[in-house]
Unconditional design. Structure first.
Length: 339
């Protein structure tokens, strides 16, 4: 991708602002109907209730069991569902074929809308097309920024992973890094590989991809430890998920390495690690906002015919850097599981 971070950021600033103002405006709606359980599980963030007819939205992700990142996405989705009088049906599977089957299940149930991630777009293409042909509005979020329009989705909410990766690469260069190991926890997942490709593009030093099994943290630790022992010239380990980052700090210690750790994505433990100095910085793509906007956009489409981004441009929710200089500003929200 040849466009710079600054030009892409300017292009979508207005779109993100519009989405944010929509969320604030809708918070003024009030009703006593539905959504109590979802509101409570969303951490009490929801405010107001829609009086529109009840609708069912299926949210289908590629979440790996145990990855807390997806808990934050789900909380955002639940908050929007509680406010919008939506029945939210959440399901996930990291296997592309199995995720496609979950989309088919949603089609069979004749839901009113589908919010889906396209981590493995080729595997999803057929069933997403079936949903579109069935007249079910489909929006994308989190993964699939290069594929959502090709597959006929109405809107997309998330981070441009290549742009985010380039930003990380430039930041590493500014910090004086020379050699980076970029740890990919799920081989073949296009968003993750785009992140590392972006790091390589933006970084003035040397990068090397290291593939690990993100579903097996002891294996992740041993693989990173072995790599650091084998190549002591690595001075930064970049991970693509908060749990992997926290494991990487253990690997650095076990390997007797002086490498520093940076990562994509946040959770409350990761915020504490930044505060404590074991993690240098994180890239926040605001998963709560992704989940919230994905559900809210389908409600807006059904009830007012709205398209965020006009149906032709994604709404970017990141990247934003969190380090010691600003970590306190997000720590309270992270402790509640909403950042």
């Amino acid at each position: 991708m040849n466009r710079s971070l600054s030009s892409r950021s300017r292009r979508f600033t207005v779109l993100v602002a519009v989405a944010a103002s929509t969320v604030l405006a809708l918070a003024g709606c009030s009703s006593n109907s539905g959504g109590k359980k979802s509101e409570e599980s969303a951490g009490g963030v929801s405010a107001g209730k829609a009086t529109t007819p009840r609708m069912t939205i299926a949210m289908i992700t590629h979440a790996v069991p145990g990855d807390t990142f997806w808990d934050t996405i789900r909380k955002g989705a639940q908050a929007a569902a509680a406010k919008d009088n939506v029945k939210l049906v959440y399901s996930s599977d990291p296997n592309g074929g199995n995720q496609a089957n979950l989309v088919q299940n949603a089609i069979d149930q004749k839901v009113d809308g589908i919010a889906v991630t396209l981590a493995k777009p080729d595997a999803m293409k057929g069933t997403v097309a079936k949903a579109v042909r069935a007249g079910i509005p489909v929006v994308g979020f989190n993964s699939g920024v290069d594929d959502w329009q090709k597959q006929g989705l109405l809107q997309y909410f998330g981070q441009d992973e290549t742009v985010a990766g380039e930003a990380v690469g430039k930041k590493l260069s500014s910090l004086g890094a020379k050699k980076v190991a970029c740890v990919i926890q799920e081989q073949g997942q296009v968003a993750l590989e785009a992140r590392c490709a972006g790091v390589k593009k933006g970084f003035s030093g040397t990068t090397e991809n290291l593939f690990v099994n993100g579903a097996d943290m002891p294996s992740v630790k041993s693989t990173i430890t072995a790599k650091l022992k084998q190549d002591p010239s690595i001075d930064y380990v970049v991970t693509l998920a908060a749990p992997v980052a926290l494991t990487a700090t253990q690997a650095v210690s076990d390997g007797g390495s002086k490498a520093k750790v940076a990562t994509f994505d946040l959770n409350k433990e990761l915020v504490k690690a930044i505060q404590g100095g074991s993690i240098e910085f994180a890239v926040d793509q605001q998963p709560y906002l992704q989940g919230y906007l994905a559900v809210d956009s389908l409600w807006l489409y059904k009830n007012n015919g709205n398209y965020s981004g006009g149906g032709v441009a994604p709404v970017l929710t990141g990247p934003a850097f969190v380090d010691k200089s600003n970590v306190e500003a997000v720590a309270t929200f992270a402790a509640k599981g909403t950042r």
